[in-house]
Design a protein around this ligand. Sequence first.
Ligand code: ADP
Ligand code: MG
Length: 276
Amino acid sequence: MRVAERPTAAATAGNRTGPLLRVQDLSVSFATGSGRLRAVDGVSFDVGAGETVAVLGESGSGKSVTAQTVMGLLPRPAGRIEGGRIFFDGVDLLDRPDSYTRALCGTEIAMIFQDPLSSLNPVFRVGTQIGEMLRRRRGVSRRKAREHAVEMMHRVGIPAPHKRVDDYPHQFSGGMRQRVMIAMALSMNPRLVIADEPTTALDVTVQAQIMSLLADLQREEGMALVLITHDLGVVADVADRAILMYAGRVVETGPIREVYDHGAHPYSVGLMGSLP
Ligand code: ADP
Ligand code: MG
């Protein structure tokens, strides 16, 4: 059953020949006590349809702020876009009214966060939350949305999903909660999924399970996947391409193995040592 169908709104003005996502010379600043901090400083990169791209970099290098800006989630008024453009399927997201951007980002671009509890509402059943977007955006009935939630929970490897669908987030382990979050993110059949440190809060064995789940889903669904992490080891076998950020800038980009093996930036040379 595939209840979620691709919306057409974003495709109407789309430039089909370009990359799915193009971030162009993006700069973002935050107000600090003594002025403004340039958190993202002239960042440019592309993500092609169906591509898996790792965004690497140490803590504080601007990875999350870049992702938040793409999603229209930059906290305001502290955060300010100083310049640049973000194209999704040829449509400039920064050029559109908020409502349009939100609609686009809720269905065509989905995000997975480090801590699923920050995105899951503790007082609603997981099935309700997974099916929520379908009900709101597609007008799907409560019963159909619940069925879809069970199917999504099955797809992300949650055992006995028909029994778990009415449970609350706190009744799941950390790894299972991240699977719920992934089910939610994929419920609208997005074309791009941005996962920001999706395994950082998990045990090492669970980390590997979640990463291979994301890789499997990417292969099956064909969506583009952006994996943000400070940990090279967890994405080495999953990503096609790597973008390395340092102090708000992109300092290297290329096939993931090439960045590891021939990285010219001192920081990537340093990171190589952390590979197994
Ligand atoms: P990363 O995800 O690579 O660890 P971030 O993108 O979260 O780094 O942060 C980049 C820089 O922006 C850091 O210096 C961080 O302190 C700052 N920053 C991020 N979010 C905020 C915020 N909401 N308010 C003020 N400063 C922020
Ligand atoms: Mg971050």
